[in-house]
Design a protein around this ligand. Structure first.
Ligand SMILES: Nc1nc2c(c(=O)[nH]1)N[C@H]1C(S)=C(S)[C@@H](COP(=O)(O)OP(=O)(O)OC[C@H]3O[C@@H](n4cnc5c(=O)[nH]c(N)nc54)[C@H](O)[C@@H]3O)O[C@H]1N2
Ligand SMILES: Nc1nc2c(c(=O)[nH]1)N[C@H]1C(S)=C(S)[C@@H](COP(=O)(O)OP(=O)(O)OC[C@H]3O[C@@H](n4cnc5c(=O)[nH]c(N)nc54)[C@H](O)[C@@H]3O)O[C@H]1N2
Ligand code: SF4
Ligand SMILES: [Mo]
Length: 904
């Protein structure tokens, strides 16, 4: 047997953990954390640990290029040459007829740096358009814009070691316990060692991160600018600013000082809905600590005031000199594994390679010369940022779009009306390059190209602390899937041959290392100089941080240590921008503020995490979280199906009362897509308003109404099966045909479908049962009453339940179905007569226990039972084993233990 271990990097979040892949005969059989990687030193979170499981089967993967020969015709399997030639013909034709800006590329912070570089070269250097934007526009663009405005260049100035030396940590709009778990472990460890470190969390929800804070500022959504100005007012008033630093290294303080005069903590407190004393305390801790670090993410960026929020936070650091020293600095946590790499290669509509600007003719000349293309090819017109790009596509101004490694029909705002769906159905040509066959976006593809995925390709990624790590192939891609960089180069070469015959081949690379060399050559002499950072060094010395100019032994951990910034005069700039409320006001008609965000164990549209049953156990169903008092006033109970509607669109999901929210706010996870739900999820209702400086959409703040969805007919189907992704793929196309339906995975190998309709839908259910092959047979008990829309089928495999279907309108049946479901998931032998399966549940439905610890599958009930005997987290760990493997559940365990003590 051929067993090998391959050193690579996790493909999920921007922490960028090192992973060792064990593979056997061309299959990934296990993963473990790389003990030598400086991001994680061997640790992985639940998502990272599940990477082998999510790559276990090829079903659901895109395996062959497919293409429509005519509009509305079905897609047929074709060869790579045919698909790429057709794509190049169509792109070239559209460019000739309508000009280069009639085509667009929509890429992703999950591409490798080399792939990203090639797409950027292809769009800007071959097609001649700056219409290349990425999902980073939905993610990091406010942070990028603010760094550039304040420091003159993009990129976080701090590093991971700063987490260990910070005396005051300000988390702003970051639920780090869920979204950057391994870094959060490092912070937890540091606080254990340095017990007087203070944590402040700014978040409208009491997240697990907030529950661990010394001070939680539960602000009204969107009010961060007022909060930070209020803190600055207090710092100035109390003489806690660093006049020496301000004078030596910054400009613009006087104007800012004049503006924040009005933002007394009292005034800020009124806007934010928190206590003025708490704002003053936060300012004191921040200003007096020997080292203050802020960690921020989507709660700041995804806002119509995203850039202003970032700048107001940076103001606090500059005014107190909390930057450039160990343990301090404004540290924007990057979301995707290679959001940073994308920024380095200039992979957005508003920038050029290596932090150059489109508007600067010298910069265009440098890049054109490097690529060997005529200077005039590089357009001086900025391209369209994501939202505007899809709007232009919907209006027919952009005619063809190439979408790679992102799922805009799920992740863009306002799916229902203006954006993705309309745009993609109107476009003349949609090319989608994805690793998976069925996503909300691949449905629109005229040409679908199968991409190699994690563990199957070579390149690099850059994590949040500017550290470049190698990504390596451990196994060959399935079917005919090819690496993204290969696809970009093959298409680029074909497009160049059609548009610019006679030009030398712009895509002649022997390997990914050569692409990296071409990229890093462009960085030489610039703020992100990687002249000394190549594959050989990465091979010999492991992951490296930039800047790392030629001749230096290692990269720079911290930037701006000398107080010299990347602006023309070396001074950092303060910015005075007034607070503005979110774009959409709440009203009598739309009284709730919808906040969207992440779950602990799911990743975006779930194309990968949705393949692993264990990753559903922490949050098995989609939920709209609402404060219990808001729910009570509206007569809503846990589990009720509700319809959430904005001015733009609506979706249906179950309600969960949740005291972690403030009144007037509701929260929904962003993950559930049309592959798992009867609708596109929360972005049916979100708003396409964007920040005026960064063009990042306000994905976190829409005004919505919440009403009970009267859907009395209910169905539950559950079965065990060895290939769940295959089953899910068969069911997904049926979901939209009913008022509510949601797929989730459970146990080790079970798939669950819950559905609801305004009237009985046995017709629909029959299609579901056909798709799942749940037919009557010898070991199947059936009850059917078409008049009442009732159908029950229960099947046994030996003495165990194999599958079940319960549909109808009666509560008793629902309870019985839930009880059977529990029995199916437990896998216990069936006792008593089989007919008892249809009798009403004796004492209501069995409540499914929520799993808190994914690694050891420890549920809430066992944890509460152990806490009832006294003790805390240490006892839970020692006796139940929870929180001991990846530690992702540690914050929740701590919270449960302290909650228990408070109630006891
Ligand atoms: N498990 C998991 N981890 C992930 C991802 C994933 O899909 N799943 N995705 C990765 C990516 S791409 C990203 S960008 C990051 C995102 O990481 P985070 O930004 O930490 O995650 P979110 O849940 O999107 O939002 C963070 C918090 O912002 C709060 N918030 C909402 N509005 C406001 C506001 O006006 N002000 C403030 N201060 N806070 C507000 C929300 O309540 C939420 O708790 O996560 C990365 N890590
Ligand atoms: N309401 C709301 N919406 C949001 C957010 C929010 O907080 N709230 N967050 C926003 C943010 S921060 C982000 S980053 C976006 C994320 O949104 P998306 O980028 O749409 O999310 P993913 O599901 O990660 O999409 C990645 C796609 O690439 C495919 N893929 C995986 N590996 C590969 C590969 O190697 N090659 C190729 N070609 N394809 C591959 C996957 O199957 C998947 O379809 O969502 C944004 N949308
Ligand atoms: S924290 Fe988890 S998801 Fe993020 S890189 Fe590390 S293992 Fe991957
Ligand atoms: Mo993101």
């Amino acid at each position: 047997m051929d067993k090998t271990e391959t050193r690579t990097t996790c493909c999920y979040c921007g922490v960028g953990c090192g992973v060792l892949i064990a593979s056997e005969n061309g299959r990934i059989v296990g993963v473990r954390g790389d003990p030598d990687h400086p991001a994680n030193y061997g640790r992985l979170c639940g998502k990272g640990l599940s990477l082998a499981a999510s790559t276990a089967s090829d079903s659901g993967r895109a395996l062959h290029p497919v293409m429509r020969m005519a509009r509305d015709a079905p897609r047929l399997r074709v060869g790579w040459d045919q698909a790429l030639d057709a794509a190049a013909d169509r792109f070239a034709d559209i460019i000739r007829r309508h000009g280069p800006d009639a085509v667009a590329f929509y890429a992703s912070g999950q591409l490798l740096t080399e792939d990203y570089y090639l797409f950027n070269k292809l769009a800007k250097g071959v097609a001649g358009t700056n219409n290349i934007d990425t999902n980073s526009r939905l993610c990091m663009s406010s942070a990028v814009t603010a760094y550039k405005m304040a420091f003159g260049a993009d990129g976080p100035p701090a590093c991971y070691e700063d987490l260990e030396s910070a005396g005051c940590v300000l988390f702003a709009g970051s639920n780090m316990a869920y979204a950057h778990p391994v870094l959060f472990r490092r912070l937890e460890d540091a606080r254990r060692d340095w017990s007087d470190a203070r944590w402040i969390v700014v978040d409208p929800r009491r997240t697990d991160t907030a529950a661990m804070a010394d001070l939680h500022l539960q602000i009204q959504p969107g009010t961060d600018v007022a909060l930070f100005h209020g803190m600055l007012h207090h710092l100035i008033w109390e003489g806690l600013t660093d006049a020496g630093y301000i004078a030596a290294h910054t400009e613009g303080f006087d104007a800012l000082k004049r503006m924040v005069r009005d933002y007394t903590p009292k005034m800020a407190a009124e806007i934010c809905g928190v206590r003025a004393e708490d704002i003053a305390t936060a300012a004191e801790w921040f200003g007096r600590s020997p080292a203050s670090l802020s960690l921020y993410c989507m709660g700041l960026n995804q806002s119509s005031q995203g850039t202003a929020k970032n700048l107001a936070l940076i103001n606090l650091h500059l005014a107190t000199g909390q930057i450039g020293r160990p343990g301090s600095g404004p540290f924007s946590l990057t979301g995707q594994p290679n959001a940073m790499g994308g920024r380095e290669v200039g992979g957005m509509a508003t920038m050029l390679a290596a932090h150059r600007d489109i508007a600067n003719p010298d910069h265009r000349r440098e890049v054109a010369a490097h690529w060997g293309v005529p200077e005039a090819r590089l357009s001086s017109r900025p391209g369209l940022p994501a939202v505007a790009m899809f709007e232009a596509l919907a209006r027919g101004e952009i005619k063809a779009v190439w979408i790679v490694c992102t799922n805009p029909a799920h992740s863009l705002p306002d799916l229902a009306l203006a954006l993705a769906r309309q745009a993609l159905s109107r476009a003349e040509l949609v090319v989608v390059q994805d690793a998976f066959a069925a996503t909300d976006t691949t449905a629109f593809a005229d040409i679908l190209l199968p991409a190699a995925s994690w563990g199957e390709k070579e390149g690099t990624v850059t994590n949040s602390e500017r550290r470049v790590s190698r990504v390596r192939a451990a196994v060959p891609p399935p079917g005919e899937a090819r690496p993204d960089g290969w696809i970009a180069a093959e298409f680029g070469r074909r497009l160049a041959a059609r548009l610019h015959p006679g030009e030398a081949d712009h895509f002649a690379y022997a390997d990914a290392g050569q692409v990296f060399d071409e990229h890093r050559a462009l960085t030489v002499g610039r703020d992100l100089d990687m002249g000394g950072l190549d594959y050989r060094l990465l091979e010999e010395k492991g992951p490296q941080q930039w800047p790392l100019p030629a001749g230096q032994a290692e990269g720079q951990a911290r930037r701006y240590v000398d107080g010299v910034f990347a602006t023309d005069n070396g001074q950092a700039r303060f910015h005075a921008i007034d607070y503005q409320p979110p774009a959409e006001k709440i009203s009598a008609h739309y009284p709730f503020r919808l906040i969207t965000g992440r779950l602990r164990d799911q990743w975006h549209g779930m194309s990968r995490t949705g393949r692993v049953p264990g990753l559903f156990s922490h949050s098995p169903e989609p939920e709209l979280c609402m404060h219990p008092e808001d729910a009570e006033r509206r007569n809503l109970c846990d589990g009720d199906l509700v319809r959430v509607a904005s001015k733009r669109g609506q979706w249906v999901l179950p309600l969960k009362t949740d005291g972690d929210l403030m009144r007037g706010c509701v929260f929904a996870a962003m993950h559930w897509s049309r592959q798992f739900l009867s609708s596109g999820g929360c972005n049916e209702a979100t708003i396409p308003a964007v920040d005026g400086l960064s063009f990042q959409p306000e994905l976190k703040h829409a005004a919505v109404r919440v009403e009970k969805a009267e859907l009395p007919w209910r169905a539950l189907a559950a079965l065990r099966h060895p290939d769940l992704p295959a089953l899910q793929a068969r069911l997904a196309p049926l979901l939209a045909d009913i008022d509510y339906a949601a797929i989730s995975l459970a146990g080790r190998d079970a798939l669950l479908l819950r559905a609801a309709g305004a009237s009985p839908r046995l017709d629909w259910l029959m299609r579901v049962l056909d798709a799942l092959a749940l037919f009557p047979g010898p070991d199947v008990l059936e009850y059917r009453d078409d008049g009442r829309g009732a159908l029950k089928r229960v099947a046994w495999d030996g003495d165990r339940l194999a599958w079940l279907v319960f549909a109808g309108g009666a509560q008793d049946d629902r309870d019985a179905g839930e009880r059977l479901l529990q029995s199916l998931l437990d896998g216990e032998p069936w006792r008593g007569p089989r007919l008892a399966a249809f009798s009403p549940a004796a004492a209501g439905a069995a409540r499914r226990d929520r799993i808190v610890c994914q690694c050891k599958q420890v549920g809430e009930a066992a944890i509460l039972a152990r806490l009832a005997q006294g003790g805390g987290v240490a006892e839970l760990q020692a006796e139940l084993g929870c929180g001991m493997v990846c530690g992702t559940c540690a914050p929740e365990l701590a919270r449960m233990a302290s909650g228990y003590r408070q109630h006891a």
